[in-house]
Unconditional design. Structure first.
Length: 291
């Protein structure tokens, strides 16, 4: 019995040490990647570099930045910008966007309200659109809506007519119980088609996992309500700077509390949740839509 006790103690000690070593490796690797990410865009604020794999597409890459313009303890006037690549109708596309936003905390710091506007420009196809958005954030739930408005008219791309579409989406995000590092998001969207008989509608479910302070994994399922549009499955890895020092991650394990409250002041500097991909309709003998 005494030998068994000694053996179990050694195994437990080994497991603890192994977990500590693993966490140190994660933190060290994440810190090095985080430093590289911070060098890509100068200035203080969030910088995010992402690698995404969507069903039926090659790997996509993106970079996003959020920078303060005028910040104080209860409000923030900021800019958000990004560069994203994707595939549309078997063609590589690059889209850039630039936005301005304003957020303000309530006096009790329990809620945050925000407004934003963005301009999106596809480099090759010369498609463009604008958007306006509104958001409400609380400690354990975020709600936001975006209205996308086409700016450019029909374009002839590779001898085929294309039209960027207008539409809207609505997003709700919340923590999973006992897992402050896991964020579940529901998104509903609709885009008005130009030539097709039915608009583009669907629901999207995503799970964001904070692996460590600098690494976030997003898993997403896009369920289309249109028979002619396939469902889309995707996985995205985000490298984030600065590290999320004041929030639990997966390496910290589960929480003893059902839900953990977040510091609302940190949400003043969070990125705006929106669809950065243009939704395009290809107009020919057969109508196709790329979202």
């Amino acid at each position: 019995m005494f030998r068994l006790f000694i053996l179990l103690s050694c195994l437990f000690s080994y497991q603890v040490n192994a977990d500590e070593i693993k966490n140190k490796i994660y933190d060290s690797a994440g810190a090095k990647i985080s430093e590289k990410v911070s060098d890509l865009i100068p200035g203080d604020g969030i910088t995010e570099v992402s690698i995404e794999k969507r069903s039926s597409e090659d790997f996509n890459f993106s970079i996003l930045g959020v920078r303060d313009i005028l910040y104080n303890n209860n409000s923030n006037f900021f800019t958000q910008f990004g560069l994203f690549n994707s595939q549309a109708f078997n063609d590589d596309r690059v889209t850039g966007n630039l936005g301005l936003g304003y957020r303000v905390l309530t006096p009790d710091e329990n809620f945050l309200f925000g407004l934003n506007t963005f301009y999106d420009q596809e480099i090759k196809g010369v498609h463009s659109r604008m958007s306006i958005g509104a958001e409400i954030k609380a400690s354990i739930i975020d709600i936001n809506a975006n209205n996308y408005m086409k700016v450019s008219d029909m374009k002839l791309i590779n001898d085929t007519k294309e039209q960027v579409l207008s539409g809207f989406d609505f997003n709700v995000s919340t923590q999973l119980p006992y897992s402050p590092w896991a964020i579940l998001t529901y998104r509903e969207y609709e885009y008005k088609t130009e030539k097709s008989n039915s608009d583009i509608e669907g629901e999207e479910y995503s799970l964001g996992l904070d692996i460590n302070p600098t690494l976030v994994l997003d898993l997403k399922v896009d369920n289309s309500k249109n028979q002619s549009t396939d469902n889309v499955y995707s996985a995205k890895i985000n490298f984030v700077y600065p590290p999320k020092e004041n929030k639990k991650t997966m390496v910290d394990g589960f929480s003893e509390d059902r839900y953990e409250t977040e510091n609302m002041k940190e949400k003043l500097r969070a990125k705006v949740i929106r669809n950065n991909r243009l939704v395009i309709e290809q107009q020919g003998a057969v109508i196709f839509t790329q979202k």
